[in-house]
Design a protein around this ligand. Structure first.
Ligand code: HEM
Length: 444
């Protein structure tokens, strides 16, 4: 059938101008669930000013990844673009995106990761001791500090502990990402733009210092300043700064979410925690933990995969614009519309995952490997040419954190807290996960 005579996917555009954005923002999970039940795995809606098609499932993700850059292209709201910067990898498209990715990848290649592991472990030990002293804590904000500390140390060689001001400026900047993009003096968006300028000025100083005195330890900033293409061309200063900023957000909010979910799910599933602890007992004398050790922790790997399946930090992709008309599953996808693929719902597919609502790391053991039934069934990091650039960095940090935590500590959920999951901008429990925390065996 010619594309033009295919129907549009089912669904509704909602109200004029605002479309269905309000109900989506009110509860993205319920919004998706209701429409998926009503219309199936492909439907149309109207979000953030665009007629939009929502795609759910491994097949749909595969279709989008295969056509990324040809039929689809990343697009951002004007506020996002203003705050991230025009040189950011999240904004740049086409051939320029691919070139930029090659440069940035140099900071996340295996050799670079091996250098980061020791710093990650030192910072982890420091925080575990801090939480032990605190005895009761709300973990989400603590984990946010922890992941920001790691990101600042490894990306720009700065300890946020000694630079508390930096943490505050960063928070103001990131608050603006979900604000209304109208600027007037003193509003959230305006403050966020100022914070961006302050952060970039800070990066400028760091770059000047680095150019005069190269750092002893390789961090992301050093690697980006030295990165070259085949012709020996370097990234411009503006490219380095915009991408450092983007990586701070991409690299620490997502990890905070993943680690919080890991701690919550392990507290709710003591049987899994016991098994993970037994595995760690075999390695407890090996420190610092090497990449080789991590490879052998197969149960920990399964736990991490299951956490990222059940509670993916990013629940849906960034918005893509349709560059040329195409079709999927018997429906037309018109040029100029927006398209999203859904990570959360794809991970709940009953035809792939048995009892998908259950937390069960065994589904990824070598006999079952449920996710291998279809390509792109497990997509916490997206896929294709825009797959998460920090995927291996993130996996390293999650596993090191989990191994050190499980070896020596235990925690229990404090009573009377709301654990309901909020998914925007990143997945987290409503009250931030309140726990009692102590060294193993120290019963209170
Ligand atoms: C558990 C942690 C993380 C998760 C779940 C995650 C998830 C994702 C997802 C789903 C995408 C693709 C979005 C799309 O298709 O629209 C993405 C892209 C990206 N991520 Fe991550 N991420 C994580 C950690 C990190 C870290 C540590 C970094 C490192 C700085 C990072 C840097 C990036 C970058 C630069 C992109 C854009 C890639 C491109 O457009 O070419 N992420 N991430």
């Amino acid at each position: 059938m010619p594309q033009s005579s295919l129907p549009l996917p089912p669904g509704s555009f909602g109200l004029p101008v605002i479309g269905e954005s309000v109900s989506y923002l009110h509860s993205p999970a319920i919004f998706m669930e209701k429409r998926q039940k009503q219309y199936g795995n492909i439907f149309k809606t109207h979000l953030f000013g665009f007629p939009t098609i929502v795609l759910i499932g491994a097949g749909a993700a595969r279709f989008l990844f295969a056509n990324e850059g040809q039929k689809f292209e990343m697009t951002n709201t004007p506020s996002f673009e203003r705050l991230l910067g025009i040189n950011s990898i999240g904004v740049v498209t086409g051939a320029a995106h691919q070139t930029l990715r090659k440069y940035l990848y140099q900071a996340f290649a295996p050799r670079a990761l091996a250098d980061y592991a020791t710093t990650m472990q030192n910072i982890t030990h420091r925080y575990l001791k801090r939480w032990e002293k605190m005895e009761t804590l709300t973990w989400y904000p603590e984990l946010k500090k922890y992941t920001l500390d790691i990101a600042c140390q490894l990306f720009i060689g700065v300890a946020t502990e000694s630079e508390e001001a930096l943490e505050k400026i960063y928070e103001t900047w990131s608050d603006g990402l979900l604000s209304i993009p109208v600027r007037f003096p003193g509003n959230k968006f305006d403050k966020s733009i100022h914070a961006r300028e302050e952060l970039l000025a800070h990066f400028d100083k760091l770059i000047d210092q680095r150019l005069q005195h190269p750092a002893e330890n390789q961090d992301v900033l050093t690697i980006l300043l030295q990165a070259q293409d085949e012709e020996g061309k370097h990234l411009s200063r503006e490219e380095v700064k915009d991408n450092l900023l983007g990586m701070l957000v991409a690299g620490h909010e997502t990890l905070t979410s993943a680690l919080t979910s890991l701690c919550l799910l392990l507290a709710q599933h003591p049987d899994v925690l016991v098994k993970a602890h037994v595995e760690q007992e075999q390695f407890k004398f090996s420190e610092p933990i090497t990449q080789e050790d991590l490879k052998q922790m197969t149960y920990l790997e399964q736990v991490m995969k299951e956490v990222l399946r059940m509670a993916p930090p990013v629940v849906r992709s960034g918005l893509r614009k349709v560059l040329e008309p195409c079709e999927f599953a018997g429906y037309k996808i018109p040029q100029g519309w927006g398209v999203f693929y859904q990570i959360q719902e794809t991970h709940q597919d009953q035809t792939i995952y048995s009892h998908p609502e259950k937390f069960d790391p065994n589904r990824f053991n070598t006999e079952k490997v449920e996710d291998k039934q279809k390509p792109f069934a497990h997509i916490p990091f997206g896929g294709g040419i825009r797959e998460c650039l920090g995927k291996e960095f993130a996996k390293l940090e999650i596993k090191l954190f989990a191994a050190l935590l499980i070896r020596e500590y235990e925690w229990e959920l404090a009573p009377r807290q709301n654990l309901e999951r909020i998914v925007l901008p990143f997945s987290r429990p409503h009250d931030g996960l309140k726990v009692k925390f102590r060294k193993r065996g120290k019963l209170v």
